[in-house]
Design a protein around this ligand. Structure first.
Ligand code: MG
Length: 157
């Protein structure tokens, strides 16, 4: 079974930018209730979607004070725990990050290692891609960062 996820956050100068649990060196970052990690948020939705378990907002409402500035890896670990509880395993994860700059090539392996650790799968099962917005629109004008994700899962049996 497969699930897809998408997330977007606005960018602002002076905020921090975290993608896949990795801090990105950048003059701007996300405006968010949690740490604004669009990659993990889209991945959590892809995992939940594949297993038919709803969406990130139902499980982790952004109105809850305990999620203020939360490290999004706690959402990912909980989604993976729910997946296991329902006897599913992750087959592979494919992510596309939409960000004008900086270039993310130097971060991709770190992000893969981080996701692999939280999902308890091998790094080969995770693919990270990055694209710019070609200097137009909300991505290209550095007003937002977004991520799209697909996750395939299989039942244990
Ligand atoms: Mg989000």
């Amino acid at each position: 079974m497969v699930g897809m996820g998408y997330d977007l956050h606005r960018l602002e100068i002076g905020k921090k930018l975290v993608l896949g649990g990795v801090r990105i060196e950048c003059e701007y970052g996300t405006i968010a209730h949690s740490d604004g990690d669009v990659l993990i948020h889209s991945l959590v939705d892809a995992i939940l979607g594949a297993a038919g378990l709803g969406d990130i907002g139902e499980h982790f409402p952004d109105t809850y004070p305990e999620y203020k500035d939360a490290d999004s890896s706690i959402f990912l670990e909980e989604a993976v725990r729910l997946l296991k509880k329902n006897n599913f395993n992750i087959v592979n994860i494919d992510v596309t990050i939409l960000l004008e700059r900086p270039k993310l090539s130097q971060y991709k392996n770190l992000i893969r290692q981080n996701i692999a650790r939280h999902c308890n799968i091998s790094i080969e099962r995770i693919n990270i891609k990055a694209k710019t917005g070609e200097r137009i629109g909300i991505i290209g004008n550095k007003e937002a960062v977004a991520a799209m994700c697909i996750c395939e899962i299989q039942h244990d049996s």
